[in-house]
Structures are given as structure tokens and as C-alpha cells.
Design a protein around this ligand. Structure first.
Ligand SMILES: *Cc1c(COP(=O)(O)O)cnc(C)c1O
Length: 382
């Protein structure tokens, strides 16, 4: 980071790319399995391009996204790694994705026919991954129809089956049984394909939770999302100690004042001062993705202080009675560490009645991202 964000921004995010690299290296070393980093939703709010670049430097080999424009963004940035769409692709985007060598999932013959038409149009082979529904019940061919669908592909000259995959609904839970059941169903499909010599080169199933705790689900490729960013999939899937959150969300105190008892604070006056209170104002609000939910805290001078009253579009207020030294211009940490104190994405998620995934994805595009430990720019060779 070659500039001081606080001099120029009201609220900003800092991302430690070295943490991203460390997590990839740890996973590659521990599992010996190829890693596909999941950078959908702008890299879970961390910035897809810098995160993907750091992860690939550290030994990841694939990237995955959820939207056509997310795939384009990576290709536009010059990333030419194997790249996969995880879910739905609108028909009108298939041809441009095939042109960029993006791998597509499919789960029906109708899709295969549409992809074949697009492949003919652009004159490219389409590399496909068959999605099998083993119990997530979201996308995928039912397990007992998977082999039949693989056979159907033989009728489409420009389609090549490169992979087969499934997705776990409960791998983050303490009880392994529901995931085992999905695995057993997936194994049945794989052995049926083996028997007919139809098994494609890449089999994948593991999300972060299964990557970290279920070697039986590793197969050929790990789809590593939330824990790439140093966040745990759930409290029942704690992270190894080598992992740390890559993201911090910060702001600043724009005003500090002492108000008398009985003053209403923010819209609707849902909070009223009970005595003389020191109140701070912070330029972050729901338009930045700081949800309009009460009961959150932030860090000021290494201390947790409560957010009070309604969250506004661009601002929040805090009670600063615990930090009498607080002054306008002090750094505020919304998510992250300050001194000995931390307030994590999991802490904010608890107040929001949500999960850490939603916290980091919620941080809106108007919040600028700053990167620590970015690789030096390559000098053009002459
Ligand atoms: C988002 C996603 C992942 C990543 O899951 P994490 O829990 O974030 O590791 C893996 N596979 C599919 C199909 C996904 O949609």
C-alpha cells in the first residue's frame, strides 16, 4: 500500500494478499491436491483480480466464478488460467465465454445442445463439467441419470467432458454423516462411469470445509472459497492456526461531541442518551454495505464501542464513553484488529443474524480496496 487511505477516503477496505498466498500454500502442501480458488462476488468482496493473481502466484491452478461478467473481468486483467463458471450461464453469453476458454457446467441435454450451437458458432471446443445433485438440491442432474447424460454428449462433436462435480450442503457441520451420504451417491456415479470408461479427467467436490477436513472428498481439485480469505466456513469448522482474515474494513471519526441526557440520536430517535454521553460520528452506512441493523460494535483506540441509533445511508453513530480520549480523525475499525482488540466478520455476522460470507460480500463497490503485499509490477522486457 503506497498511500495512506485515511487521507483520501471516508471508509475503505485493506486486503493482505500475503495472507491469501499463505492459505493457498498451506492447502497445496497439506493436501497435495490442485486448488481452484473461488473468486465469485468480486472475490467475496476482497477484489477478484488481485486475489486471483496472488492465489495463482502461490500455487493455485484454477479460478471459479458465478457470473459471465466475473469471468470477463479476470480475462480482461490478463489472467489466462483455467477458469470455470459454477452455476447458471445466460444463453446469450455462452459463445463469448467459450471464446475465452471458460469451462461451463451443465446438467441437462438442453444445455448441451445450446452449448454445441455456440461452440459451432465460435469454432471452439467447449470443455464441460457435469454437475451432479447428490443432495444439495440446487443444481445438477440427479445421480441416477448422470451416466445417461454423459452418453448423450457423444452426439455433440464440439463438446468435451473435462470434469464432473457435486456440491455439499452440510460439510461445515460437526456431523459428517450427511456429507458421507452425498459422497456415497457421488462415488456410485463415478464407479458407473469408470465401468464404462467414461470418467472425465477432473473430479471435484470439496468446498472449503471439506478441503480442510475431509480428505475422502478431495478427488482431483479443491474448490476453495471462504477459507482462502482466512474466514472459517462455520464455527464447527475452525481454521488451522496458520490462517488469518485477509480483510480489514476501516473508517474514521468525523465528529466527537458530548450530548446532554435525553437527546435522541439518528433517524427515528430509537436511541436516547440516558445521561451525558460522548457520541462519535463515522462516515460509513448502509450504502457501503453496513447493514441497517442495530447491536453492532466498532473499534476505537483499541476498544469495542457500541453503534447506537439507526444506521444511515452514509453514516453511523457510536457511544464513546469507554474511550474518553477519542478525537475526530481517529481511525475506526469496523471489521478487523486494532491494538489488542478485534471485531471479526463473524462478530458482525452474529449481530446481523447472518454469516461471515454475507458480511464480506456486502461491502459495496463504493468502498475502495487497498492491497498490502501486492507483487511488484513486472517490468516490460525490451
Ligand atoms: C461458492 C461455491 C464454493 C465455495 O464454497 P466455500 O464454502 O466458500 O469454500 C464451492 N463450490 C461451489 C459450487 C460454490 O458455489
Amino acid at each position: 500500500m503506497n498511500e495512506n487511505p485515511q487521507a483520501r477516503q471516508s471508509t475503505w477496505v485493506e486486503v493482505d494478499l500475503q495472507a491469501i498466498r499463505n492459505h493457498v500454500r498451506y492447502l497445496v502442501e497439506k493436501t497435495g491436491t490442485e486448488v481452484m480458488v473461488v473468486v465469485k462476488a468480486d472475490g467475496y468482496g476482497h477484489g477478484a483480480v488481485p486475489v486471483a493473481r496472488a492465489a495463482l502466484e502461490a500455487g493455485a491452478s484454477w479460478c471459479a466464478v458465478a457470473r459471465a461478467d466475473e469471468a470477463l473481468e479476470l480475462r480482461d486483467a490478463g489472467l489466462d488460467c483455467p477458469l470455470m463458471m459454477l452455476g447458471y450461464t445466460p444463453e446469450g453469453r455462452i459463445a463469448e465465454l467459450l471464446n475465452l476458454g471458460v469451462r461451463l457446467p451443465f446438467w441437462s441435454e438442453a444445455q448441451a445442445a445450446r452449448i454445441q450451437a455456440a461452440a459451432e458458432q465460435v469454432g471452439a471446443t467447449a470443455y464441460l463439467h457435469l454437475k451432479v445433485d447428490t443432495g444439495m438440491s440446487r443444481l445438477g442432474v440427479q445421480a441416477d441419470q448422470a451416466v445417461e447424460l454423459v452418453r448423450v454428449l457423444e452426439r455433440y462433436p464440439d463438446l468435451e467432458l473435462e470434469g464432473i462435480f457435486t456440491h455439499f450442503a452440510r460439510a461445515d457441520e460437526a456431523d459428517p454423516k450427511p456429507t458421507r451420504q452425498q459422497e456415497v451417491l457421488f462415488e456410485q456415479v463415478l464407479s458407473a462411469l469408470d465401468q464404462d470408461r467414461l470418467r472425465p479427467p477432473l473430479v471435484h467436490a470439496a468446498n472449503s470445509a471439506a478441503s480442510l477436513k475431509r480428505p475422502s472428498a478431495h478427488y482431483d481439485l479443491l474448490r476453495f472459497g471462504i477459507s482462502l480469505y482466512g474466514l472459517e466456513p462455520s464455527p464447527e469448522s475452525p481454521l488451522p492456526s496458520a490462517f488469518q482474515p485477509a480483510l480489514a474494513w476501516k473508517s474514521v471519526l468525523s465528529q466527537v461531541k458530548v450530548l446532554p441526557a435525553g437527546r435522541g440520536v439518528s433517524y427515528g430517535h430509537i436511541y436516547t442518551t440516558s445521561g451525558e454521553e460522548r457520541i462519535g460520528t463515522i462516515p460509513v452506512g448502509y450504502a457501503d454495505g453496513y447493514h441497517r441493523v442495530t447491536g453492532t460494535e466498532v473499534l476505537v483506540r483499541g476498544t469495542r464501542v457500541p453503534v447506537i441509533g439507526r444506521v444511515c445511508m452514509d453514516q453511523i453513530m457510536v457511544n464513546l464513553d469507554e474511550v474518553p480520549g477519542a478525537r475526530a480523525g481517529d481511525e475506526v475499525v469496523l471489521v478487523g484488529r486494532q491494538g489488542e482488540c478485534s471485531y471479526t466478520a463473524d462478530d458482525l455476522a452474529r449481530a446481523w443474524n447472518s454469516i461471515n460470507y454475507e458480511v464480506v460480500c456486502a461491502i459495496s463497490a463504493r468502498v475502495p480496496r487497498y492491497y498490502q503485499a501486492a507483487a511488484p509490477k513486472k517490468q516490460p522486457r525490451d
